[in-house]
Design a protein around this ligand. Structure first.
Ligand code: HAM
Length: 443
């Protein structure tokens, strides 16, 4: 709707500058090399484990998240960006598991090839209070292995997540709060979860009136979410709550032990942490987080676990599944803290084409096109610089080669080719330029 009574009037300058919405950030070209390194590492390691990329929709029906992430979770109750159009309600995806399982079912994989290893890299949206390491639009690298309950897959997923950070240069835990820690727990499943829920309810009952309003409202529907509350007073009251590990059935205990044994086979240390409850309802059995404790309260770089009934809950067969998601925001913070981002710089174009005078400017465009057809990247000056200033620009841009277009060379059908690092310059026929430039770069 346009509120302006004179829509044809020229637009007025805005009262305040336009900015990205709070908690949302542009990734600028200077930052792209670091992002490409994260993305490249993620793809390489995921492919190494047989994962294939999936790109689910960014917007889903809101009820998909209510059904999977859970009605009484922070994400669904407070953090979704929801759009209502007529009778339809959509939400920007706050996480990737629900959409991946929805896409898996919609593509009928459960009928044709139920065992699927799928990964994604892309933006997620949560209306959280922005703070260090937390944004409203953030990128996750996630994997979802659907179609099996084999505990080796839990260990493989944990090893893949930890391997991602190691490949980036983040060290393993040193036992003194430095390095990356793998924390593991089980959420149980079925009857043992029910017994655990009853025990938590009984534990909370005497103090529930002293908890925050949200906890009090969650107590009836899902008392386990009360244990997840970040309010310091509630956390105090939650101290000494029953531990799920004491309630596990023989089968679920065996699964947990098998995951730990497989992790040991892979040479991965992990710490059992009964405090991991995860903020999403779909988890069953294995849950884990990877922490870099120096980041403080929000130290989780990765969270994941098993969700053995989500496929069924979203309308498919009862298939086991396990996965994780790594946040790029916190990963980049750690890399920065460790001084590992400095050496990452964008690769400049191979060739800078300098023209001696304005009459040769048209030729510069053509020469660039020829070089590109020859497999090289090339740029030309478009800001009207003189030759000296073009050379300065080429130097500043760290272009390894400069082609100089001069009137005499033009008359001879030739150009000058300069190798910047060696300071060597020679005349090359136009027709041989791309080959000569490739040879100069290769040597
Ligand atoms: P999650 O623990 O909600 O799990 O998120 C995983 C990771 O995403 C976190 O450890 C954190 O690094 C990052 N993250 C979450 N919220 C934000 C935020 N507001 N700003 C920056 N980074 C954030 C999930 O999303 C599950 N879908 C993981 C999973 C996949 N479980 C099974 N499969």
């Amino acid at each position: 709707m346009n509120a302006d009574p004179t829509p044809t009037a020229p637009p007025q300058s805005p009262a305040r500058p336009f900015r990205a919405p709070t908690g949302m950030r542009d990734v600028l070209p200077e930052q792209i090399p670091a992002w490409e390194r994260l993305e490249g590492t993620a793809r390489r390691l995921a492919h190494g484990c047989g994962y294939r990329e999936i790109r689910p929709a960014l917007l889903e029906e809101t009820r998909l998240f209510t059904r999977s992430v859970g009605e009484v979770t922070d994400i669904v109750q407070k953090e979704m960006f929801t759009l209502v159009r007529g009778d339809d309600s959509f939400s920007l995806r706050p996480e990737g598991t629900a959409g991946t399982v929805r896409a898996y079912l919609e593509a009928q994989y459960h009928k044709q090839a139920p065992f699927q290893k799928l990964y994604y890299i892309g933006p997620m949206f949560r209306y959280e209070r922005p703070q260090k390491g937390r944004e409203r639009m953030f990128t996750q690298f996630g994997v979802e292995c659907i179609g099996s309950t084999d505990p080796r897959l839990d260990a493989e997923a944990i090893d893949l997540a930890a391997g991602f950070f190691e490949a980036l240069g983040i060290p393993r835990a040193d036992g003194r709060g430095g390095g990356l820690e793998v924390r593991l727990n089980s959420m149980g499943d079925g009857a043992d979860r029910d017994r655990y829920r009853d025990a938590v309810r009984a534990f909370l009952l005497p103090t529930i009136a002293e908890h925050c309003e949200l906890c009090r409202s969650r107590f009836e529907k899902n008392p386990l979410r009360v244990l997840d509350c970040k309010n310091p007073r509630c956390q105090e009251l939650n101290a000494g709550a029953p531990r799920i590990l004491d309630f596990l059935s023989a089968e679920n205990r065996a699964h947990f032990d098998a995951v730990r044994a497989s992790l040991a086979d892979l040479g991965r240390d992990s710490r059992v942490d009964a405090g991991i409850v995860r903020g999403l309802d779909y988890y069953t059995r294995t849950v884990f987080e990877l922490h870099y404790p120096k980041l403080g309260a929000r130290s989780a770089l990765c969270g994941g676990g098993r969700y053995d009934h989500l496929v069924r809950d979203l309308g498919g067969p009862d298939l086991g599944a396990v996965g994780f998601a790594i946040g790029f925001t916190s990963t980049l913070l750690v890399l920065e803290e460790l001084g590992l981002l400095g050496e990452l710089a964008a690769k400049p174009a191979d060739v800078y084409v300098a023209a001696l005078d304005a009459a040769l400017a048209r030729e510069a465009l053509q020469v660039c096109a020829e070089l590109r057809r020859g497999g090289l990247s090339a740029v030309f000056d478009a800001e009207g610089r003189g030759l000296k200033s073009q050379f300065k620009q080429a130097d500043k841009g760290r272009h390894p080669l400069v082609v100089v277009l001069g009137p005499d060379e033009h008359a001879r059908g030739a150009v000058q080719l300069k190798h910047m690092a060696r300071g060597e310059q020679r005349e090359v026929p136009r027709g041989e330029l791309a080959a000569a430039a490739r040879a100069a770069l290769g040597s």
